[in-house]
Design a protein around this ligand. Sequence first.
Ligand code: DHB
Length: 390
Amino acid sequence: TTTQVGIVGGGPAGLMLSHLLALRGIDSVVVDHRSRLDIERTVRAGILEADSVRLLTETGVSERVLSEGDQHHGIYLAFGGESHHVDFRELVGASVCLYPQTEVFIDLANAREAAGADVRFGVSDTTVHDITGTSPSIRYTDPDGTPREVRCRYLVGADGSHSMCRHQIPAQHIRQYRKEYPFAWFGILCEAPKSAPELIYSHSERGFALISQRTETMQRMYFQCDPDENVDDWSDDRIWSELRARVEPNGHELVEGPVTDKAVLRFRSNVVEPMRYGSLLLAGDAAHTVPPTGAKGLNLALADVRILADVLQKALAEGDDDVLDEYSQRALDRVWRSQHFSYWMTSMLHRLPDTDAFSLRRQVAELRSVVRSKAGSTFLAEGYTGWPST
Ligand code: DHB
């Protein structure tokens, strides 16, 4: 097969890029080693910035996000025995939308399928070749065992935080900035009605807890845990008593129900600079990973591919690779601001393993400053709802 843009990774970043390119008359092929069902069944985050919703609806992906997504006008910051509502609409005139990433994936996969796009799930042994040349390629094996090759003009690695594509770039041509965190999140899905109208970010001496939502009857919750925590050591009773202990002292009651999914989610910050090497461009988690506090990952990936579609269109039209450098320059501004925002939310709300009484009181004072200061809560609201596109 020959195409203009070969995309490794059929998650939201790869599929949205393929969609945006198609709208510009540019053809692409997407390959992913996972099956469609595997991706649909992986529980991911659930918050879309207003600009992400706009990108989906304005490009005709689906109206479902508007009819089924839930508008959230703020969040609860719960700490020091009280809960405070931070009202985004009042502070910055913006809201976010609770609409799970898996639904975004389903909408994009359906839209690409309806348009007759070339998206190949469930392939194996994917490799990329000639990434510095003008005719790079993707090689892989079909589900039926047939070896295949896709030749293209540009390659995009949208293949997630463990990115095979990123690993093909010689170390001396990129810089990686990394930060590890000494904790993780224990994430659950449960069958229960909502505990509160909007999300609760709860600071506690026992560590952070986040009460999120999915539907009227299914909820998503997280609590900070050790990275080596074993989910099998956690019965429903133990999970609920830990969540209650972290949230109820701050004034929120939890509605409990059977736990249907549990997983430990590792934390990491990672940025690659630049996001290009030769004819290969990285997008989404392949180029940068943020800690989950603040739900920036998917939004950042969508912001990447919006810029990338522009830049690829220009490069293809002008036959000039130099315009590709614009991609990193424009995308990294938001990437680093999102890194800072996610780091800030994380450090303000989590308990470090060796935390002393001073640190806990300092965190509560920081949270109090944020909610009492219009400037402080406006800063949080701007970051959470998303900065304007550049
Ligand atoms: C969810 C995840 C987040 O990391 C967050 O900050 C808010 C919500 C979620 O999965 O619903």
